[in-house]
Ligand binder design. Structure first.
Ligand SMILES: *Cc1c(COP(=O)(O)O)cnc(C)c1O
Length: 444
């Protein structure tokens, strides 16, 4: 019998002490990064850019990688382990026979799961003698997470933030500055690449591809600086398995096991972190769990082509074998901005290609996504990040299917972050502003 508890908690002693590396368990070897036919070798340049330990982990053949004690301590400082909730409120609101559980990455101090890899990368960078981290950010969650990790480990941090987003996310900008990082609207005057673009248009709106190029150029020109990436790469997904490993222990405690696991997917780090330990159970222990990645029709990269492509717009990275929409494809803006990326991580792409991962893409007006999420907000009381709303939306749809079939399916979904600093999305898409005005008038 599954437990009736509303919250399944782990003690601090139960914090996982190793990450799970799925590479050796994959059904076939992961295609390696490659160089394009023309230009300098991107693969050979990787050691000049990435933190050495992370680069080693990228190709590790060990199934388990120890989490250093100092880093376990930082995870605890960031509030780990995080609870798994049984969604009794949502079950009742939907009238579903399904058992719904959700993982609470929204308890992260910066508001997203991205601290799990930011802390690991900052920890290793400091160990290797670096003094500064350079990176890009689009939606802003990654920049905030890295600024936070740099602050806790005593490193400096430089963030290149896509100008179009930098302009309107003023609360998040203030937070990054409070954490002590240098933030530049990108393209900036700090780099050759930025200066070139600014000379043409001083008010250039920027793009994630341009911001990546600035971060890479910055790190390349300063031997004391390392470049950090917040998603897509193997080592990033491995750091994030802390989410799924905790969840596994929690299901064990609960006396239950998921039939279906759901999360949103941009580059794949929160989805991978949540499900990879369970996919390991499917690959090595004969479990039968289904996995669904929730995306936007603005960037349905899992429905793209499975081929070698660059990870960035400016073609600085090696070619990665992944599902991609094309590295220079333009994508419509959505409030779940963190899901707007052209490619899916190579590990998840391979698993998708072998039939282990299903996907759904929601209309880009985001109405269905936020309306479904409203049912969660009003029954569970947590405010998901706009990206996490896709995960919640998919869980609601699946739970409603169970209502029709009467199936007591166990559904687990990950809520990758909170939406306190991204309220505009809900406001605009659901027209909340008008509603609150009416109420204010009615009570006046
Ligand atoms: C960045 C982000 C995402 C999307 O990135 P993934 O690498 O696919 O996880 C999802 N949710 C939140 C809260 C994010 O900050």
């Amino acid at each position: 019998m599954p437990t009736k508890e509303r919250q399944i908690r782990l003690t601090m002693d139960e914090l996982p002490k190793r990450w799970y590396n799925i590479l050796p368990d994959l059904p076939e070897p992961l295609p390696p990064p490659l160089d394009p036919e023309e230009g300098p070798s991107r693969v050979e340049n990787l050691p000049n850019l990435l933190i050495k330990t992370c680069l080693g982990q990228e190709f590790s053949t060990d199934s388990w990688v120890d989490i250093p004690e100092g880093l376990q301590d930082l995870y605890k400082q960031a509030g780990r382990p995080r609870p798994l909730f049984r969604a009794y409120g949502l079950e009742k609101a939907l009238g579903t026979p399904a058992r719904l559980y959700y993982k609470s990455e929204f308890y992260s101090p910066t508001g997203s799961h991205k601290v799990n890899t930011a802390l690991a990368q900052a920890y290793y960078a400091r160990e290797e003698g670096y003094e500064r981290l350079a990176t890009e950010t689009g939606a802003g969650q990654w920049g905030t997470a890295l600024a936070y990790a740099a602050a806790l480990t005593g490193l400096k941090c430089t963030v290149y933030w896509v100008r179009a987003v930098y302009r309107w996310k003023s609360a998040r900008l203030a937070f990054i500055k409070l954490l002590g990082a240098d933030v530049h609207a990108s393209p900036s005057m700090q780099t050759e690449c930025g200066r070139r673009l600014c000379s043409v248009d001083p008010d250039h709106p920027g793009s994630l591809g341009i911001a990546i190029s600035e971060g890479l150029e910055d790190a390349q020109n300063d031997p004391k600086a390392a470049y950090s990436l917040g998603s897509v790469l193997n080592h990033v997904l491995m750091h994030q398995t802390i989410i799924g490993l905790e969840t596994q222990k929690q299901f064990e405690k609960a006396g239950d096991y998921p039939d279906l696991m759901i999360s949103c997917l941009g580059g794949g780090s929160n989805f991978g972190g949540f499900v990879l330990p369970f996919i390991g159970d499917v690959l090595t222990k004969g479990k039968k769990t289904q996995f669904i990645a929730a995306q936007s029709q603005a960037a349905p990269n899992l429905q793209g082509e499975y081929k070698y492509d660059f990870a960035d717009h400016a073609e600085i990275t090696p070619l990665l074998k992944m599902y991609t929409l094309g590295h220079q494809t333009s994508m419509e803006p959505i409030k779940g901005d963190g899901l707007r990326y052209h490619g899916c991580s190579p590990i998840l792409s391979l698993l998708r290609n072998k039939g282990y991962i299903d996907t759904v893409a929601y209309p880009q007006d985001e109405k269905h996504v936020f309306e479904n999420t409203l049912r969660f907000i009003r029954s569970e009381g947590f405010l998901p990040a706009p990206e996490s709303a896709y995960s919640v939306c998919c869980a609601v749809d699946e739970a409603l299917k169970c209502k029709e079939t009467g199936e007591e399916k166990v559904i687990a979904f990950n809520v990758s972050g909170h939406g306190f600093m991204d309220m505009e999305g809900y406001r605009e898409v659901l027209g909340i502003e008008d509603a609150s005005m009416e109420t204010a008038e009615a009570t006046a």
